[in-house]
Design a protein around this ligand. Structure first.
Ligand code: SF4
Ligand code: SF4
Ligand code: SF4
Length: 356
């Protein structure tokens, strides 16, 4: 059917025992759609396995996701893509998980116009802003999930001097916000997300919705703890070179990349451990410095990229002899870069330093 993606139930379970859970996906924050595209590479599980219900115990899922949905077009009938979002607002699809991709611009800082929107208001023909959709749908959602560093913490669009006042979903709704089911905002950062990190988090929430999993464990930045509890450095293939004090001076070397800009020692990300696609890749493993794309302070606190990070000299010279001192230094630096810049917030004044 072209009515929706993932409507089929192949679990063999009687339909009345498996309530349908809808996923309403808004990719119309300030976004490049990179997280949607990345998710198509997920393997553990794949997006096909999620939407076709082939995982044991998973409820019946209908995903309303612009990237792969057959439906398109404005409001005007039950078959149009955007109608599902109005159904969510009216309480006609329950439960649903709201996924937000892209940062949320501040629509309150200007007298007219809009920064970004998703579908049109059938009454006026005018776009409905992304923040308006969040206002309408978040109170009805089983859970709100922010996908990618833009949606979680603001990301690239929320850099110093930006004109939109962009911020992450927790900045917009409030860091203490909880859904009607008592679930905090779930943040899966990355620019883009590591595909399996998101597929796994979404699957966890679907199992939680059926009562098969306990409350999702999140850290103080609302990240799943089992995915973001370790640093890049702790999982990096090059850590042996670091420990031996052997450092790359150029990108054609297999040695540790810290002197040419790797932030791995203070960045929370499992990509070197997990690989990128089907276990293969993972930034420093394959020659790319870690630019800290998962972090709340990204990008401002890590720029200019490709410069030696502050502390790298001490970290390098003390890698074996002064391990305890270096660990302490890393903790201090880690706390700083694990915080968002202070201008990412709501309000009627732009605080990014933007000058027209
Ligand atoms: Fe694109 Fe990165 Fe933002 Fe995702 S986090 S929408 S990949 S810029
Ligand atoms: Fe650590 Fe980066 Fe060196 Fe890997 S390349 S060992 S993450 S500093
Ligand atoms: Fe981003 Fe660094 Fe993780 Fe690569 S290793 S995905 S640059 S945080």
């Amino acid at each position: 059917t072209s009515e929706t993606v993932g409507a089929a139930d192949t679990t063999g379970a009687p339909a009345d025992e498996t309530p349908t859970i809808h996923v309403l996906w808004i990719n119309a924050g300030l976004s490049c759609d990179g997280d949607s595209v990345a998710l198509t590479a997920a393997m553990q599980p794949s997006i096909e396995e999620i939407v076709l219900g082939v995982l044991p115990g998973l409820p019946k899922i209908q995903v309303h996701w612009p990237l792969i949905d057959f439906e398109c077009g404005p409001v005007g009938g039950a078959d149009t893509f955007i109608e599902w979002f109005f159904k969510g607002e009216r309480g006609e699809i329950d439960p649903f998980v709201l996924v937000v991709e892209g940062s949320i611009p501040n629509e309150a800082i200007k007298p007219e116009g809009y920064w970004c929107g998703f579908g049109d208001d059938p009454e006026t023909g005018q776009p409905i802003t992304t923040s308006e959709w969040i206002d309408r749908l978040a109170p009805k959602a089983l859970a709100v999930v922010a996908i990618g560093t833009c949606a979680t913490y603001g990301g690239i669009h929320a850099m110093a001097g930006n004109p939109t006042g962009a911020m992450g979903v927790p900045d917009y709704l409030g860091w203490d916000w909880k859904s009607q089911a008592g679930i905090p905002i779930v943040c899966v950062p990355g620019c883009p997300i590591q595909p399996d990190n998101f597929a796994e988090t979404l699957t966890y929430l679907l199992y939680q919705a059926t009562g098969a999993a306990p409350m999702i464990p999140l850290d103080d930045k609302l990240r799943p703890t089992w995915l973001f509890g370790a640093t890049v450095h702790e999982g990096c293939d090059r850590a042996g070179y670091y420990e031996q004090g052997e450092f790359a001076e150029s990108y054609d070397s297999p040695k540790c990349l810290v002197k040419i800009g790797c932030w791995g020692p203070v960045v929370k990300c499992n990509v070197p451990k997990r690989g990128w696609m089907n276990g293969i890749g993972g930034c420093p493993n394959v020659g790319g410095i870690c630019i800290a794309c998962t972090m709340p302070g990204f990008p401002d606190k890590f720029m200019p990229f490709m410069d030696e990070p502050p502390g790298a000299k001490l970290s390098v010279s003390g890698s074996s002899v002064y391990g305890a001192v270096v660990r302490k230094l890393r903790q201090v630096t880690g706390k700083t870069v694990d915080k968002e810049p202070k201008w990412r917030r709501t309000g009627e004044k732009i605080t990014t330093g933007y000058r027209p």
